[in-house]
Design a binder for this molecule. Sequence first.
Ligand code: IPM
Ligand code: MN
Length: 361
Amino acid sequence: MKLKILVTAGDGVGPEVTNEAVAVLKEVASAGGHTFEFDAKRIGGVAIVQDGTPLPAETVAAALSSDAVLLGAVGGNEFNSMPADKRPEAGLLGIRSALGGFANLRPAFAFKELAINSPLRPEIVEGADILFVRELLGGLYFGKPREWNKEKKEAWNTMRYTREEVARVARIAFQLAQKRKKKLTSVDKANVLEVSQLWRATVNEVAAEFPDVTVEHQYVDAMSMHLMNRPRDFDVVLTENLFGDILTDESSVITGSMGMLPSATLGGKVNLYEPVHGSAPDIAGKGLANPVGAIMSAALLLRHSAGLEKEAVSIETAVRKVLEQGFRTTDLVRGKAQGLTVLSTTEMGAKVREAVKLLLA
Ligand code: IPM
Ligand code: MN
């Protein structure tokens, strides 16, 4: 198998964690005789500084001519006072829209070994395994009109969806539910918003194509509570863009650390893989970042962009094994690290790699 992967490491801890993900991918390639070619391009703050824009045209061109893009993270405190369309985040939103992926898959699952890390009681989180499908190209993030009118001292954004935009992401969520527990929860605010009423009606229409999947609808406010009270009751959760942004951060507490969580954005010209965590400037360059979110994103890349299911599972299993053996990055240690071995970013990457090698041998 031949694969061209573009790495856009970005800012903060992005380069450290993507390095480890790339190293794991190289291990997989050499174990299976695959050829993975890696190219690197700038995005985010590092691109603002060096190229004067958060998303250089060269990066977009390279992304569009690759088989998959692996992204680190963007953002830094020094850019916080810039207007929204000039900030590092604009680079991320720009590459998302250039690639065209509209379905952002964000798993939130509990690891037995990490149950103690969650602020929720172990009996609540144990066994929780949710797959969020967040619509990524619509809603308030991209809806027009949008403006901050400084004279009028007024600002507005638009939450807008077409039926087709809802239907296409709903279809992906239903297909994923068919391969899981066949339960889909759609999140909206249909008691107040017209756009949510369209969302709900469309999800119900699409549901008719998937009679084997049970559908329920939840209001976003209630859902934010249910996720903390009874996370095990949910399987696939379908949301619009902003609701999904918020609920997936909230649900990272199920896992105990956001550093563990991967994401995949599907449906466009080229799929995009990125850890859910941000650039974490406070710990950047210190070897403290958890590379597992990026490494698990590489597993999703193998699954969804290369059809290498066995290899994807080997990475996911390797991560579990490393946790079972008591290895942790600092974000995964609560209180005293009794019986645990605290590792740096590169050491954690190396442990996962060793375990992958054994599993694929
Ligand atoms: C995320 C991030 C981004 C988003 C930001 C950095 C633009 O929070 O991937 O969840 O809001 O989508
Ligand atoms: Mn977010």
